[in-house]
Design a protein around this ligand. Structure first.
Ligand SMILES: Cc1ncc(COP(=O)(O)O)c(C=O)c1O
Length: 444
């Protein structure tokens, strides 16, 4: 594959040849010149109707979607798994709400509009509004469930070796404070099958098990865990299932009622691409009386539903209302279309990486077990050196992944990425592999 010369130019696509001002972006990602877009103001967002597909989803359509992001020229961003870039329509909504509230704070809480967002989010994830708490992060949602459950010393929770600190943190706390027991399942990278994964969890169940906690998509290898099958297992054995859904919201076509889970916590700032400090916590209606409020006085009004988990004081209303715009954007493009696009780009990435000598991918090739995240290792080169070399040579931003001792780099593909981004990353990885000793020497 030949080396593709340039990144994707936001203004080049939109503004007809005003790309020259930034020139060679030799500095870091946060280079002030890059931030300033060469002095140009970003173009206004397209109306959402213009993003509704009117025909086959060809590359021209995805270029139109791509044009709705203000990612700096010359940067290929492939770490949506940490923080997504905010589409213009969401940014403009946040800005508008912020201005309105700052200029006239008489109704800074905008409770009725927050409830409209709750309804919109509920419909988007296949739940009812009274099952949705609008939180500040995935971590908060995971804490709501874990600390709301009535644990006794010796009770057990099962989770795997690739869980994120945000999801397992409360259980470590409960281990120390209450004396619960954490039972770890060693998850293979990649696993062979859904049955293998379900079997590992089933073997870990004892008479003291109360909860299975699992990431729907693990942040380490991007494994899609069989949540439906694990939910059936949990319920067959009288357990609750709590899901860390930091990644699927905005990446996958979610239907929480169809999955049947008891609890699901998600992030707004990742694949849904709304404000940092937004999150969604689903608690199934018929388990809400088993999950006490983490903060505030006990709720006396059953009609409050999952709103009882929102007693954290004043909130960032512009970002919460902006989440409504993020859902509207996803609905305009189509949840299924986004999932298919994210998957197609990552499938392309994994297919190419397989052909690069010295590269090992840890992410499953089975579409049931993978989606938009890919973890790979280049020879024995330390992950930081690989990440640095790719950024320095090609200005592609991916993240390193130390969890599980896989010495990997993780690349994410989302709706603003283009096949060219994937191909440039593969070209860059090939260069790293061919120049291993040079790259290794930069490790530090
Ligand atoms: C699987 C997983 N869980 C939880 C978190 C924490 O997310 P948040 O910052 O929304 O609390 C992350 C963040 O990367 C994650 O990947």
């Amino acid at each position: 594959m030949g080396r593709l010369q340039s990144g994707i130019s936001r203004r080049g696509f939109l503004g007809g040849g005003v790309t020259a001002a930034i020139g060679g972006l030799a500095g870091g990602v946060f280079d002030a010149r890059a931030r300033a877009f060469g002095g140009q103001s970003p173009a206004p967002a397209l109306a959402l109707d213009a993003l509704k597909p009117s025909g086959p989803l060809d590359e021209a359509y995805w270029w139109k979607v791509r044009s709705q992001f203000n990612i700096v020229d010359g940067l290929t961003f492939m770490n949506n798994g940490t923080l997504g870039p905010m589409p213009r329509v969401v940014f403009e909504a946040n800005e508008r709400y912020m201005r309105e509230i700052m200029e006239n704070p008489t109704d800074g809480g905008r409770a009725a509009e927050v409830d409209k967002v709750r309804e919109k989010v509920a419909a988007f994830v296949g739940a009812t509004a009274d099952e949705i708490a609008l939180t500040r992060s995935t971590t908060e949602g995971m804490n709501i469930f874990a600390h709301g459950f009535d644990w006794k010393a010796g009770d057990e929770v099962i989770y795997c070796t690739h869980e994120h600190g945000g999801g397992i943190g409360p259980y470590k706390n409960l281990e120390k404070r209450v004396g619960i027991k954490i039972v770890n399942v060693a998850i293979p990278a990649p696993p062979q099958s859904v049955d293998q994964i379900v079997g590992l969890y089933e073997k870990a169940i004892t008479p003291r098990t109360k909860v299975i906690m699992v990431s729907h998509v693990t942040y380490v290898t991007g494994l899609v865990t069989p949540v439906k099958e694990l939910t059936d297992l949990a319920h067959r054995r009288g357990l609750l299932i709590s899901v860390d859904g930091a990644h699927p919201l905005g990446m996958m076509d979610l239907d929480l009622h169809a999955l049947g889970v008891d609890h699901y916590a998600a992030a707004g700032q990742k694949w849904l691409m709304c404000g940092t400090g937004t999150g969604v916590c689903y608690v199934k209606r018929d388990v809400q009386d088993r999950i006490a409020e983490l903060m505030g006085a006990p709720s006396t009004d059953p009609k409050r539903g999952a709103r009882k988990y929102e007693e954290f004081g004043q909130r960032d209303v512009p970002d919460v209302l902006g989440m409504g715009a993020a859902v509207d954007l996803q609905m305009a493009v189509g949840k299924k279309n986004i999932e298919a696009r994210d998957r197609a780009l990552s499938t392309r990435l994994r297919a190419w990486l397989k052909n690069v000598p010295g590269v090992k991918t840890w992410t499953s090739e089975d579409p049931k077990l993978s989606t938009a995240l890919t973890l790979f290792t280049v020879r024995d080169i330390p992950m930081d050196a690989v990440q640095k070399a790719i950024m320095k040579r090609d200005r592609i931003w991916i993240r390193t992944m130390g969890t599980g001792n896989l010495n990997g780099c993780r690349a994410a593909t989302h709706l603003y990425n283009m096949p060219e981004d994937v191909d440039r990353l593969v070209d860059s990885v090939r260069w790293v592999s061919e120049n291993a000793s040079q790259v290794r020497s930069t490790a530090g």
